[in-house]
Design a protein around this ligand. Structure first.
Ligand code: NAD
Ligand code: UFG
Length: 345
C-alpha cells in the first residue's frame, strides 16, 4: 500500500516526503512542477536513500490521475498541490479557483471511484480571516479575505459535504500557520520564484546579498512593537504533523480540522533580530506602509492537535533561523543554479 502525495515536489511536500520515507511509508508523488523543481525530489532521495515513484502530471488531468490509481495500490492521499500566492490570487482569481478547487474536485472524484477515502489536506490559518481574539482555535467562525483564502475555505466545505454524503471518508484539514525553516541537511528548503512574498525568505535573501533591504510592512499595528505578529512553525514540525494526521485518518472516520502552529507569536522586528543573531550581521530594513490585507496578530491554539493527534511543535525560533539560513547560504539561487559542489559540500 502506498501514500499518494500531490504537490510532493513543493516546499512542505518535500519535507513531508522525507518523514514519510523515514517512517517506512511507500510513496507516489504527482506534481506538474508549476512551482517546484524535479531537483528537489532528487535531493529527497539523496537524503533518505530511498526511491520515489514520480508522475509528472497535472491534477486537473483526470485520465492521468486515474492511471496513477490503476498502477498503484493507494491507501491514502496527502494533498498539497495548489497555488498559494495571495497577491496573485487577487489579480488572477480564476487561475486560483481553477487550479485549487477544480484540481481538488478531480482528486476527490477519482478517490471515490477507487474507494480511497482517507485524506490529509493542506488548509491554512488564512481561513480564520481577521479575528479579534487570539489564540485562534478550530471552532471559530471562518472567513476568508482574498481568493486564495476562499479556495481553502471552499475546499474545507466541499470535503465536509463529501463526508456527509459518504461516512466512510476520513479527512484531516490541517490549518498551517507560518511555515519556515528547512531540513537540517541544507539540501532542501523553500525556493520562491522571483521576489519572495513571505518574510523569512525575504530576510535570508537580504542576508545573502541578493536583495538590498527588507521592507517592514507597517509599524503602527496594535502590537508591542507595532509590527505584525505571526506563529512561525518549523517545516519539519509541520511534516511530523502530517505523519500524525495520516495515522489518525488511517484509523478513524470523519472530518476534523487541526491547527498546526506553535502557539507562540513573534513580531517582524523580533524575527529580524533573531536572524541577526543567527547570521552575525545586521539585516538592513526600512519601515514601509502596511501591506493591504495583512492582519495585526495571528497565532494558534494548537491544543486540539496535541490532544487528538499527539503532536506538538518541538523546534524553537533558533532552529527555524539556523535551518532557513543554512539552506539559503548553501543554495543562494535555490535549486536552479546550485552547483554540484555546493550540494555535496
Ligand atoms: P509549493 O508551491 O512549494 O508546493 C505546491 C506544489 O504543488 C508545487 O510543487 C506545485 O508545482 C504543485 N502543484 C500546484 N498545482 C498543481 C497541479 N494542478 N497539479 C500538480 N501539481 C501542482 O507550496 P507549499 O508551501 O509547499 O504549500 C503546500 C500547500 O500548503 C499548498 O496547498 C498551500 O496552499 C498550503 N499552505 C502553504 C502555506 C505556506 O506558507 N507555505 C501556508 C498555508 C497553507
Ligand atoms: N512582512 C514584512 N515584509 C515582507 C514580508 C512580510 O514586513 O517583505 C510581514 C507581514 O506584514 C506579516 C509578517 O511579515 O506581518 C508575515 O508575513 P508573510 O507574508 O511571511 O506571511 P503571512 O502571515 O502574510 O501569510 C502566510 C502565507 C499565507 C497563509 C498565512 C497563514 O503566505 O499563504 O501565512 O497561514 F495563508
Amino acid at each position: 500500500m502506498k501514500i499518494l502525495v500531490t504537490g510532493g515536489a513543493g516546499y512542505i511536500g518535500t519535507h513531508t516526503c522525507i518523514q514519510l520515507l523515514n517512517g517506512g511509508y511507500k510513496i507516489v508523488v504527482i506534481d506538474n512542477f508549476s512551482n517546484s523543481n524535479p531537483e528537489a525530489l532528487r535531493r529527497v532521495e539523496q537524503i533518505t536513500e530511498k526511491k520515489i515513484k514520480l508522475y509528472r502530471t497535472d491534477l486537473l488531468d483526470q485520465e492521468a490521475l486515474i492511471k496513477v490509481f490503476e498502477e498503484n495500490s493507494i491507501e491514502a492521499v496527502i494533498h498539497f498541490a495548489g497555488l498559494k500566492a495571495v497577491g496573485e490570487s487577487v489579480t488572477k482569481p480564476l487561475k486560483y479557483y481553477q487550479n485549487n478547487i477544480a484540481g481538488t474536485l478531480v482528486l476527490l472524484e477519482v478517490m471515490e471511484t477507487f474507494e480511497v477515502e482517507k485524506l490529509v489536506f493542506s488548509s491554512s490559518a488564512t481561513v480564520y480571516g481577521n479575528q479579534q481574539c487570539v489564540p485562534l482555535n478550530e471552532s471559530l467562525p471562518l472567513q476568508a479575505t482574498n481568493p486564495y483564502g476562499r479556495t481553502k475555505l471552499m475546499i474545507e466545505q466541499i470535503m465536509e459535504d463529501v463526508y456527509q454524503s459518504n461516512k466512510n471518508w476520513s479527512i484531516a484539514l490541517l490549518r498551517y500557520f507560518n511555515p519556515v525553516g528547512a531540513h537540517e541537511s541544507g539540501l532542501i528548503g523553500e525556493d520562491p520564484s522571483g521576489l519572495p512574498n513571505n518574510l523569512v525568505p525575504y530576510i535570508t535573501q537580504v542576508a545573502v546579498g541578493k536583495l538590498a533591504k527588507l521592507s517592514v510592512f507597517g509599524n503602527d499595528y496594535p502590537t508591542y512593537d507595532g509590527t505584525g505578529i505571526r506563529d512561525y512553525i518549523h517545516v519539519m514540525d509541520l511534516a511530523d504533523g502530517h505523519i500524525k494526521a495520516l495515522e489518525k485518518v488511517l484509523s478513524t472516520r470523519g472530518v476534523e480540522a487541526y491547527n498546526l502552529g506553535t502557539g507562540r507569536g513573534f513580531s517582524v522586528l523580533e524575527m529580524v533580530q533573531a536572524f541577526e543573531e543567527e547570521i552575525g550581521k545586521p539585516i538592513p530594513y526600512e519601515i514601509k506602509a502596511r501591506r493591504p490585507g495583512d492582519i495585526a496578530v495571528s497565532y494558534a491554539d494548537p491544543s486540539k492537535a496535541e490532544t487528538e493527534l499527539n503532536w506538538r511543535a518541538e523546534r524553537g525560533l533558533a532552529e527555524m533561523c539556523r535551518d532557513s539560513w543554512n539552506w539559503q547560504k548553501l543554495n543562494p539561487n535555490g535549486y536552479e543554479k546550485t552547483t554540484e559542489k555546493q550540494v555535496t559540500s
